[in-house]
Design a binder for this molecule. Sequence first.
Ligand code: A3P
Length: 288
Amino acid sequence: MSSKYTHFEQIKFPSTCSIKSLKFCQDEFVVKNDDVIVVTYPKSGTHWVMETLSLIQCKGDSTWVQSTPIWERFPWIEVEHLQHLICTKEENGPRFYTTHLPIQLFPKSYFHSKAKIIYVMRNPRDVVSLCHYSKVLKLFERIDNFCEMLEMFSQGNVPYGSWFDHICGWLSLRENDNFLILTYEELLHDMRRNVDKICHFLGTTLKEEEINFVIKNASFSVMKDNKMSNYSMIPDYIMDHSQGSIIRKGITGDWKNHFIVAQSEAFDSLFQERMTELDQRLFPWDQC
Ligand code: A3P
């Protein structure tokens, strides 16, 4: 069953990551001070934030997002066939990257740099939208049964490992100046405020009109139609487009359509048990 995956350091990864590419990433990739890296656990709003950053970089102008695939704008540092891009990126201006790596496998060079990380989190109950994605992305084992997916997710037996470990690991950097935390729920609740937050973090100032263009061009409906960002160009042997899209519903609380009461209670207990050490205000999804 698990032959679809690359296994490294007790975590399974899609086969687009090899042991060689994971080791390269950790030991050899040199992060530079100007780099900006979007880090997320899968299904947390990665593409939305990449699109937003691309637009902020272009002051709201959509030419770049409409002409260059998102994986070229923000190459995945752990993905083998994209590693030529991460090494040949222009030196001038910030280099943008993205990753789902847990902190212990992240490039070691980052920890001696001033590079900026934007860490995006989402209510883990909605992250279980992984279940839908497993039907679309042929690199993942297809899990049709939600109950089975929830069990695997709770045990961390899914690509990129445990959500809880990912969050606890990365949040250990939360006091650092070069580390910004965003949540999917807050983005949805108040995108304007979050664009301001990102601009401030990057040291960028945009005019009111430019901010409005960023918000409009990164909206769910515009992104869903942007073939440079919606993965519709990915060939059928990698994605089964008849099963859905990575830009799917774009709402919070969809988990309520899938969890039964007993699953919800069990997940709440697991959450409390695994997250006791962290300030619960870090997880604002119940307030949004
Ligand atoms: P759903 O499957 O719950 O709809 P990631 O980019 O990390 O894979 O996250 C995918 C999730 O982000 C999907 O959630 C997708 O619909 C949502 N998403 C993508 N673009 C979005 C946008 N512009 N606005 C709101 N949600 C978006």
